[in-house]
Design a protein around this ligand. Structure first.
Ligand SMILES: CC(C)(COP(=O)(O)OP(=O)(O)OC[C@H]1O[C@@H](n2cnc3c(N)ncnc32)[C@H](O)[C@@H]1OP(=O)(O)O)[C@@H](O)C(=O)NCCC(=O)NCCS
Length: 173
């Protein structure tokens, strides 16, 4: 069912029960790696404090999911950010990343990490824009090469590191 145009988009922390809608957004984005529905269901429960969703009415229309990597103290890792095509280009991606950085699980993090493929121009521009808005640096380094993936045709994933993060700057993002 399509949302009514009058319905506002809201952003909140993910919660148990959001997993199916999160899976659907990733499916409908058509760009992100689609994982099993159960993975998103677990994320919405076990990792809810590092997952944000955008909703329009009852429907989930965007997500920003991640975790704090146990081996990388100080980092919060944004794993997937995706917006349904119908609400792209309206500032929602930026708002979701900002909401992600304000989640309880990201509190105290000094570095935002994410990975992006070389061809994903919108996503690359989004994270450079976030770094610029935060008044900080964005470093891009190799992370996973094409050959690291089991299936042929998966692009490399480059590591974007945005640091240092400043709590005051995040408030105003
Ligand atoms: C990447 C994505 C999340 C951006 O969300 P969005 O809501 O469309 O983006 P916003 O409107 O918030 O734009 C924020 C910034 O992103 C960049 N951007 C967004 N869309 C862009 C596009 N089509 N081309 C170039 N830059 C783009 C711009 O820098 C923009 O800021 P500016 O226009 O003020 O300079 C969205 O395009 C998406 O879901 N894409 C498919 C999934 C995906 O690729 N996810 C990222 C994988 S890591």
């Amino acid at each position: 069912m399509s949302p009514r145009p009058s319905e506002e988009v809201a952003i909140r922390q993910a919660r148990h029960g959001d997993g199916a809608g999160m899976w659907q957004v990733v499916h409908d984005c058509g760009v992100l790696d689609l994982n099993s529905a159960y993975l998103y269901m677990l994320q919405a429960d076990h990792f809810a404090d590092t997952c944000a969703v955008a909703t329009r009415g009852e429907r989930i229309v965007g997500l920003a999911t991640g975790h704090c990597p146990p081996t990388r103290p100080g980092a919060v890792f944004l794993w997937q950010v995706g917006i349904l095509p119908e609400v792209q280009g309206m500032g929602l991606g930026r708002q979701l990343v900002a909401a992600f950085l304000r989640l309880p699980g990201a509190e105290g993090a000094v570095r935002l990490e994410t990975t992006v493929t070389p061809s994903n121009t919108p996503s690359r521009a989004l994270f450079h824009r976030i770094a610029s808005d935060l008044g900080t640096e964005c470093q891009v380094t190799p992370f996973f090469a094409e050959a690291d993936f089991p299936q042929a045709g998966h692009e490399a994933e480059e590591l974007f590191r945005i640091e240092p993060l400043d709590a005051e700057a995040i408030k105003h993002l």
